[in-house]
Ligand binder design. Structure first.
Ligand code: MN
Length: 423
């Protein structure tokens, strides 16, 4: 990978930021925010303070040379992504200079008009993905599903240890955190051998995933080699790949997921730069089978990112359902991208690739309701006394992701979605 921009862990900002914040000055993720009476703009964040980059640039405080004012007044980050890593690295560097503690006296008063509290603005969909791909890269998840629907001796299908299994998902229904999720209707077979019925899904589930955002395209016919794959990835988001298990189970043979998956996927509003996560790289699990050359990546290529899932019941009480970690993934992002393009498939700027459900090794680290309640056989007890085997109407699912080492934390914020029967 080209030289990443590493900001010192000891750097402090003149914008106040609590120690447990996801957004210290070393993070500086990008997002799109909207405020009444003005067009959507590119922003960043420190602590809970949203920084209007359009305003900063227009006022001449921010002067990243290869940026133009119109790049910062946009409905999505796609145009920023297309600027390329070098420009976005310069932008993060410039922002870290403007907002570092030592430069407070020069910058505070001229920046103030462009700073606002996160709770006073609306965060928009950060990226309009031309294409969305969903992988299936957690061995624990693939194993659990295999045990539930086949048997423990035949849990992983023969291809699984040789390639990162994936499918092409639906980009049009990717929504930003906070968007209500309408319970999908469709066909389901209630008992084996019976005729299907039509109705609202009774087995609505979430999938705890991380997604990467493509920042550089490759030409059709030109695969991306595994060793430079991260040059094509700009950043990451938290991704909830909502799934209707009953629709999925009836429809998926032989062509795979369709209506059980394409009704909604929720993403977090902040795109965290891969550069900000370099400190948290770790070795992945060992590969059990020898890999074909195009999938051989070396060195630490997994990311130690802690993941949490909460379910808020309609009474407002918060239940921690799962704690997992992105480092458990058997196939890393570079391998996923190398595999995706090995046949010549062309990635486009803004494409999203999700990891697949990230389950850990223990039952409290599973990344879906299907696994946590083991196909409905082990209901989860909520604080309000009710039980869950899948997600009910009025429930809100929240996913959090953050990397942490000593007292240094880089986080993603949250992705949140409430399930409703209808709008
Ligand atoms: Mn998925």
């Amino acid at each position: 990978m080209q030289q990443a921009l590493l900001l010192s862990p000891t750097l402090k900002s003149w914008i106040s930021c609590s120690e447990d914040s996801d957004f210290p000055i070393q993070n500086l993720p990008l997002g799109i925010y909207r405020k009444s009476g003005q067009s959507p703009r590119v922003c960043s964040i420190i602590g809970t303070t949203v920084i209007d980059l359009f305003g900063l640039y227009k006022a001449g405080v921010l002067k990243t040379p290869t940026l133009r004012l119109e790049d910062l007044e946009q409905e999505t980050l796609n145009r920023m992504l297309a600027k390329g890593k070098a420009t976005l690295r310069n932008l993060r560097k410039d922002l870290s200079e403007i907002f570092r503690l030592e430069n407070e006296s020069t910058n505070r008063s001229r920046c103030m008009p462009f700073l606002q509290e996160l709770n006073s603005v609306t965060m928009c969909l950060p990226v309009k993905a031309p294409n969305y791909t969903d992988f299936y890269s957690s061995r624990e998840h693939a194993y659990n599903v295999g045990v539930m629907f086949r048997d423990p001796n035949n849990a992983l299908l023969p291809n699984w240890l040789h390639l990162p299994v994936g499918y092409h998902g639906r980009a049009s229904s990717i929504v930003v955190s906070g968007t209500p999720v309408i319970r999908p209707k469709g066909q389901m077979q209630l008992k084996d051998g019976e005729a299907p019925v039509f109705g609202a899904s009774r087995q609505l589930d979430f999938e705890l995933e991380m997604a990467f955002v493509i920042g550089k395209s490759n030409q059709l016919g030109h695969p991306i080699p595994v060793k430079v794959a991260e040059d094509y990835i700009h950043g990451m988001l938290v991704f909830n790949d909502w799934s209707a298990r009953d629709l999925q189970k009836w429809e998926y043979v032989p062509l795979g997921p369709f209506l059980g998956k394409n009704f909604a996927s929720s993403i977090s509003p902040w795109m965290v730069d891969l550069d900000a996560l370099q400190t948290f790289k770790v070795e992945g699990p060992p590969h059990e089978k020898p890999l074909l050359e195009y999938l051989q990546s070396s060195g630490p290529q997994n990311y130690d990112i802690q993941l949490e899932v909460y379910l808020i019941t309609p009474d407002g009480s918060e239940n921690l359902l799962s704690k997992s970690n992105m480092k458990y993934l058997y196939w890393n992002m570079s391998q996923q991208l190398a595999h995706h393009t090995v046949n010549g498939c062309n990635m486009e700027v803004g494409d999203l690739c999700a990891s697949g459900t990230i389950s850990g090794p223990t039952p409290d680290s599973y990344g879906s309701m299907l696994e946590l309640a083991w196909k409905g056989t082990k209901p989860l007890l909520m604080k309000d006394g009710s039980q869950r085997t899948f997600v009910m109407d009025g429930d809100t699912i929240i996913m959090k992701a953050f990397a942490k080492k000593d007292n240094y934390r880089i986080g993603f914020g949250v992705v949140r979605g409430m399930v409703v029967s209808d709008l």
